[in-house]
Design a protein around this ligand. Structure first.
Ligand code: MRU
Length: 384
């Protein structure tokens, strides 16, 4: 059975609590915008597409409850204000991934247009919101499958030119079913390579300090029986240098791709891109078009979230003897007390280090000027 980070049935929403994974598979209910905001801020749900979807669905379930209980104003303008305020609040949960801000703006526009219609009421506004929210969930899954297929095709074509029958790839952080509505972006490319029998082995980094690789990506790879190996972040250079591993490509996701192709993604991505360049390994970003932010000119304009020092100084896990019984998570300090900590959650990889960006409508290769040009992806005719 496919892993599902987000469960939504039109009236209720729950998310797989990623703070408990891989030790415990437990869903937590999200009934309100406040609970949605909290789940995103605490990283019970994370990953750029999943954050946006859960934020929008948390407002959808709150609206549904108000409708059912007869507590929603019948006045269109009042409901419009209510929705707009909630959307703006949700955007404050995490700053770097653009998908959330992009979705919030899209829903704000939808509601504003709807509110202007002659017969619109508070209830019709809420119904329009709910319909679009459901559509968002379906679209994301379809987009990810397309990203997977386009990415795998691009990689296989390049690999065949070099006489390779299978490829080994390295990925970073978690970009799979747990970071999206299903299948994943960079991990979707790996899934697609695997199902078409072109994948030799997938390597995943631990992804310090939050360990999305060791906890979540490794969990997904094992779940899907994909041949895979976990490394710590500091082993990546040795892996690329090793003749045995024969890494053909590094495939990562993105939280925000600027208009020129500079890409913000999980801390450590930039270092991997530098390594890829040194070793002549393809460096690919897989992301839906909602992650491409054409309003942001370059990576310099991207706000990087800084997270608490405790994520670096401490590690969390269940006590060995409790693994089969009720889960008791322990926090252990690993750093010397008193040390200052810098904990940026993301870094920016310059476009010049990225070979191609894989979207749901095709693959965009870097232009001869060293930057990416996305007009074709938005106009419907990408170059690969
Ligand atoms: O801090 P996180 O776990 O939300 O960071 C996630 C990433 O950096 C992912 O690579 C990115 O959001 C793409 S997920 C499809």
């Amino acid at each position: 059975m496919a892993l599902q980070a987000i469960k939504y049935d039109g009236t209720s929403l729950s998310v797989l609590d990623q703070l408990q994974l891989p030790h415990l598979v437990k869903y937590v209910p999200i009934r309100t915008v406040q609970e949605g905001w909290q789940a995103i801020r605490e990283m019970r749900v994370r990953g750029a597409p999943a954050i946006a979807i859960v934020a929008i669905l948390s407002l959808a379930v709150e609206l549904r409850t108000l409708l059912t209980e007869g507590k929603l104003s019948p006045v269109a303008d009042e409901v419009r204000t209510f929705i707009t305020e909630k959307l703006r609040y949700l955007v404050t949960s995490r700053p770097t991934a653009v998908n959330l801000g992009d979705a919030a703006r899209k829903f704000e526009r939808l509601i504003a247009v709807h509110a202007k219609e002659k017969d619109s009421t508070g209830h019709s506004l809420a119904i329009a919101f709910l319909k679009e929210a459901e559509q968002m969930l379906t679209n994301d899954l379809n987009d990810n499958r397309n990203i997977g297929a386009y990415g795998a095709k691009w990689i296989v074509e390049k690999a065949l030119l070099q006489g390779r029958k299978t490829v080994n790839v390295l990925t970073h952080c978690n970009t799979g079913s747990l970071a999206t509505s299903g299948y994943g972006t960079a991990l979707g490319v790996i899934r697609s390579l695997h199902s078409s029998h072109y994948l030799g082995r997938a390597y995943c980094t631990e992804t310090r300090p939050y360990n999305q690789g060791a906890r979540l990506t490794a969990f997904e790879l094992v779940h899907d029986n994909i041949p895979s190996t976990l490394i710590t972040d500091s082993m990546a250079a040795a892996l690329l240098a090793s003749k045995n591993s024969e890494i053909f490509a590094i495939v990562v996701g993105a939280d925000r791709v600027a208009a020129n192709g500079d890409t913000a993604n999980k801390i450590g991505t930039y270092g991997l891109a530098v390594l890829a360049k040194h070793h002549g390994v393809k460096f690919l970003v897989a992301a839906p078009r909602t992650t491409i932010d054409r309003e942001t000119k370059s990576g310099e304009d991207i706000v990087i979230e800084e997270r608490p020092a405790s994520e670096v100084t401490n590690i969390k896990g269940p006590l060995e003897e409790d693994v089969t019984g009720p889960l008791r998570m322990e926090t252990i300090r690993i750093a010397a007390p008193g040390i200052d900590v810098w904990n940026p959650a993301f870094d920016v990889t310059p476009a010049a280090l990225i070979d191609a960006i894989i979207t749901e409508v095709g693959v965009v290769e870097r232009g001869s000027d060293g930057y990416f040009h996305f007009d074709a992806v938005f106009d419907g005719s990408p170059n690969s």
